[in-house]
Design a protein around this ligand. Structure first.
Ligand code: B12
Ligand code: SF4
Ligand code: SF4
Length: 330
């Protein structure tokens, strides 16, 4: 983000000839409030946006259609963008009157609430500008108060490093220990700050078939997910945004959810993953059993493993799980 800040600040640095930007909002509103799913601790929560096809593919098609129509009506050039270049889609959407950037930093529409994807068409045509939308958050702060990892240092500001969406989808390494409990059973993204927005009383269920929830991508049994290997992960999530993390990061997330489940019946899954080839996975398997089993049981499993464990992060997880220096047990 920092590297592209300058290019983000002004669309003309991306394309000097651009004269107007047209913003598209695509409604992906869920049929029901998804938050009760967070109570099903043996299931993994997937953010609503990721419960079917990758939205980039869907929106790109629609933008291209609209851009083609524009190009056929005028002698202007067009380019389309959906997260494909450093474009500040949210401030542009606000300027175009689609909605305003709420205190959770996402664009809220008076018509659709905040379940809205954004996409942009840049054109060399001089078009009359719409009125910008103004802020309608008022004194509300529901989105700020619900955030499980306190990712908002202030209204309208997000510390992405604390956001579960970033941690579970984009972050490649170990997730900081102090943030793991707040993640609960969210294994891919988070919708808490979106779902509590009162403007969603005007939201409507999305009608784009490729974005309507697939039931096999919601409330997924953690037991089943913990058994995915690389090929089965790819087959299961092909064409969806979930494939982005790859198998190891995904299983890392599943193990955090298992550790947070309080369900001792799931400990066997974590125990099996103690011997996984990926250190990312092994480390979270240790954390999960540390949350589910007694210190004696953890120490018992540590003894056999530590002899062969040469990854320092995994050794550190063992140390923390037993709350005694690793050297003593090893
Ligand atoms: C990086 C990114 C993330 C990061 C950081 C999020 C963030 N808030 O910036 C992470 C991984 C955390 C993330 C999470 C999510 N994301 Co995201 N993400 C993006 C992405 C690619 C860039 C956003 C960006 O530029 N951030 C930079 C920061 C600095 O900007 P900001 O906080 O939004 O707002 C500041 C600026 O706008 C600035 N500002 C205001 N006016 C102006 C004018 C100028 C000239 C400048 C320079 C600045 C400026 O002031 C604001 C306050 O500091 C956009 C797509 C895009 N190209 O825009 C999608 C996007 C924002 N994400 C989206 C979604 C759906 C999500 C999630 C809901 C997914 C999920 N369910 O898990 C969560 C929501 C979390 C949240 N509360 O924001 C949608 C939001 C749609 C909408 N209605 O607004 C977008 C637009 C993707 C899309 N094409 O639809 N995302
Ligand atoms: S998506 Fe979740 S973790 Fe991220 S800011 Fe919103 S409530 Fe917080
Ligand atoms: S929940 Fe409240 S403060 Fe947050 S975006 Fe919605 S209206 Fe604004």
């Amino acid at each position: 983000m920092a590297e592209t800040a300058e290019r983000r600040a002004d669309p003309r640095t991306l394309w000097p000839e651009v004269r107007s930007v047209i913003l598209l909002g695509l409604n992906y509103g869920p049929a029901e409030n998804p938050l009760p799913e967070l109570e099903r601790k043996d299931r993994g929560y997937v953010a609503v946006y990721a419960r079917n096809r990758d939205y980039h593919d869907v929106i790109k098609g629609k933008l291209k259609e609209a851009a083609g129509f524009l190009a056929s009506k005028a002698t202007s050039d067009v380019k389309v963008f959906v997260d494909t270049a450093p474009v500040m889609e949210k401030p542009l959407a606000e300027a175009a009157g689609l909605g305003w950037q709420g205190k959770h930093t996402v664009v809220v529409s008076r018509e659709f609430g905040d379940w809205l994807f954004l996409g942009a068409i840049f054109t060399t045509a001089e078009l009359p500008a719409d009125e910008p939308e103004r802020d309608h958050c008022g004194s509300c702060r529901r989105c700020l108060d619900i955030c499980p990892t306190n990712a908002f240092p202030a209204p309208y500001q997000l510390d992405a490093r604390r956001c579960i969406s970033y941690l579970t989808i984009e972050h490649k390494g170990h997730i900081p220990e102090e943030l793991r409990p707040g993640i609960g059973n969210r294994i891919f993204g988070c919708d808490d700050c979106l779902a509590v927005c009162p403007w969603n009383k005007f939201a409507q269920a999305g009608r784009e078939a490729r974005l309507v929830q697939r039931d096999d991508l919601a409330a997924l049994p953690l037991k089943e997910l913990a058994r995915l290997d690389d090929p089965s992960f790819r087959t299961r999530f092909s064409g969806t945004p979930i494939k982005r993390t790859g198998r190891d990061r995904f299983i890392r997330n599943v193990l955090i959810a298992i550790g947070n489940s309080g369900d001792v019946a799931l400990a066997d899954e974590a125990l099996r993953l103690l011997d996984d080839a990926s250190p990312l996975v092994r480390a979270m398997a240790v954390w999960a059993i540390g949350r589910l089993l007694s210190p004696e049981a953890v120490a018992h499993h540590a003894v056999e493993r530590l002899e062969h464990e040469d990854d320092l992060d995994v050794r550190e997880e063992w140390r923390r799980a037993m709350a005694v220096p690793v050297e003593v047990v090893a």
